[in-house]
Write a protein that binds this ligand. Structure first.
Ligand code: GLN
Length: 561
């Protein structure tokens, strides 16, 4: 059987949720027992998003093989079981890098190297490479919006794929907007018509239209769009705004998107089994209570910077049937004016749990240290991820072990006590570009530790990394003497992976990024346990406040174990 492809393009405006739409299609095909591949092409010239600011591009999603990818791959991973690696996300920059490398090597044997056919061939080869694993369907998302100059080579490549493989092996899905115009009290189809026409002008006739809309699309409206855009009426799909993203696959299923795509691709499959997704959505709508988490970071004004983190916390909360309330706190705003100044504390009061996520650079570090000190001293559940683990170690060294100057060489290269440092630098190894520890690394867990309990008693785990600096084991004896426990390391003991404080209700920091591996139907145990501990804190506090309410005393700031 020839490889089958679904190509997803976007029109009218950006940010319509193309990644989520592609992932939802993948999810529906999997729910029918099919195997899918997911891949994305990004039309920018950066070789990968690794060098882009989180403010520009949102989170950098990391795969097991250490590829720094677009955050849409996070959606793919959360909604499907598609294998994902650096082959599944290619930018214009990387395609050109490969071509120029070949050209310099003389691989083109004197030919003039051109966008067509050389760039388009490179793009098509990348698709074929992914589909070669024999999955039933490969879903290819083309980044950007139809009409952009940058995406033209990718659109030309998928046009050629249709020519080569035929209609029964390729489907064009186009995501558009049907805006509600308040002044006219009407939904408008014109932007969709224009966008479909734009695609047609480069030789692509859309097969399925996913129409983002705030309202229901009436039968007449669908008929009109179908007629003007030259698609079947049932191929006009209302992609209505939904309160939770986990509802998107269910909405698509109701509109028959999966059945239609499979018809076009001539694939027979089982009926969709969406029981688990329905249960999940039902839980979102009927939480038993809520849990409030403060996330203290530096990219908080742009939530996409912490996309997977937010998702993973949500998964943990849904698993416990709780509604998650995240408060994003700008770390810089928690800094003290003098060592005695604790005026920041009021900003941290009343949360059930505190989390410091990953990040780079010096800004906001002192505020994070204050938040961690608060969590440690007041017995508020704490979860530190990557930078949040490093800062937890620095805080412990400063305020428990008395090393006032403790720091990371990232923030103060001249610090006397570099609790966190660049291991290779100290070993005298030359630093070249791309010096991060990236992707999956094995971690050995200490028996009877909190970490080992959370992971269900296993002795080895694998988690993904994206960082440069490491815990300095020269300070291990001092810190563990003070009560910090190192509960996870790489098998050769070189790198510290997890630290915890045993005499605290829940205090854990990990050097890796567990958020990349959490899925709505398979919540990550570290997030689930952090949510559980935070909720316990909430219940204890509400118990204390109802006990003390008759005595006219004020509530203690946080529960103790
Ligand atoms: N800046 C720290 C490092 O490079 C932490 C990185 C992160 O949190 N992802 O090690």
């Amino acid at each position: 059987m020839s490889a089958k492809y679904v190509f997803v393009t976007g029109g009218v405006v950006s940010s319509l949720g193309k990644g989520l739409a592609a992932a939802s299609i993948g999810c529906l095909l999997e729910s029918r027992g099919l195997r899918v591949n997911m891949m994305k092409f990004d039309p920018y010239l950066n070789v990968d998003p690794g060098t882009m600011s989180p403010f520009q591009h949102g989170e950098v999603f990391v795969t097991d093989d250490g590829a720094e990818t677009d955050l849409d791959l996070g959606h793919y991973e959360r909604f499907t079981h598609s294998p994902l690696s650096r082959d599944n996300n290619l930018t214009t920059g990387r395609i050109y890098e490969q071509i120029i490398l070949k050209e310099r090597r003389g691989d083109y044997l004197g030919a003039t190297v051109q966008v067509i056919p050389h760039v388009t061939n490179e793009i098509k080869n990348a698709m074929r490479k992914v589909s070669a694993n024999g999955a039933d369907v490969t879903i290819v998302e083309i980044g950007g919006t139809v009409g952009d100059i940058e995406s033209l080579p990718f659109l030309e490549a998928i046009r050629q794929m249709r020519q080569e493989l035929g209609r029964e092996n390729t489907v064009f899905v186009h995501l558009t907007l049907v805006p509600w115009i308040a002044a006219a009290q009407e939904l408008k189809t014109k932007p969709t018509q224009h966008s479909v026409k734009e695609l047609l002008s480069i030789g692509i006739q859309a097969d399925v239209l996913l129409c983002r809309t705030e309202r229901n699309l009436s039968h007449e409206m669908k008929k009109k769009i179908a007629a003007f855009c030259n698609v079947e009426e049932r191929a006009v799909v209302a992609a209505k705004d939904v309160p939770t993203i986990y509802e998107v696959p269910l909405g698509f299923a109701q509109e028959g998107v999966d059945a239609l795509i499979l018809k076009y691709l001539h694939i027979d499959s089982a009926e969709a089994d969406l029981t688990k997704w329905k249960e999940l959505v039902d839980r979102c709508y009927h939480p038993k209570d809520k849990v409030s988490i403060a996330v203290v970071g530096k990219y908080v004004e742009y939530e996409d910077s912490y996309k997977s983190l937010k998702e993973a916390l949500t998964h943990g909360a849904i698993a416990q049937n709780l509604k998650l309330e995240i408060t994003w706190i700008e770390a810089e705003g928690l800094e003290s004016q003098t060592p005695e100044d604790r005026s920041y504390e009021h900003q941290l009061e009343g949360f059930d749990g505190i989390l410091v996520p990953g990040g780079f650079g010096k800004r906001g570090i002192e505020g994070m240290l204050n938040a961690i000190r608060y969590a440690r001293e007041k017995n508020v559940p704490y979860f530190g991820i990557c930078l949040g683990m490093q800062t937890a170690c620095i805080e412990f060294a400063r305020n428990v072990c008395g090393l006032k100057d403790a720091n990371s060489s990232e923030f103060d290269p001249a610090a006397q006590h570099r609790i966190i440092y660049k291991l290779r630098e100290l070993l005298g190894v030359e630093e070249m570009g791309g010096t991060m520890r990236l992707g999956a690394w094995t971690c050995v867990l200490q028996p009877d530790s909190l970490a080992s309990k959370i992971y269900g008693g296993v002795t080895e785990i694998s988690e993904r990394h994206r960082h440069r600096y490491e815990f300095n084991r020269e300070y291990e004896a001092l810190l563990t003497g003070g009560g910090l426990r190192i509960s996870g390391t790489t098998p050769d003991s070189t790198y510290v992976e997890i630290v915890e404080i045993p005499n605290h209700p829940h205090f854990l920091g990990c050097q890796f990024h567990p958020e990349f591996k959490s899925k709505p139907l398979e919540p990550h145990p570290l997030f689930e346990r952090f949510i559980t501990a935070s909720y316990k804190n909430r219940q204890q506090r509400s118990g204390e406040s109802s006990e003390s309410s008759g005595k006219a005393s004020t509530t203690s700031p946080a529960a103790t174990a």
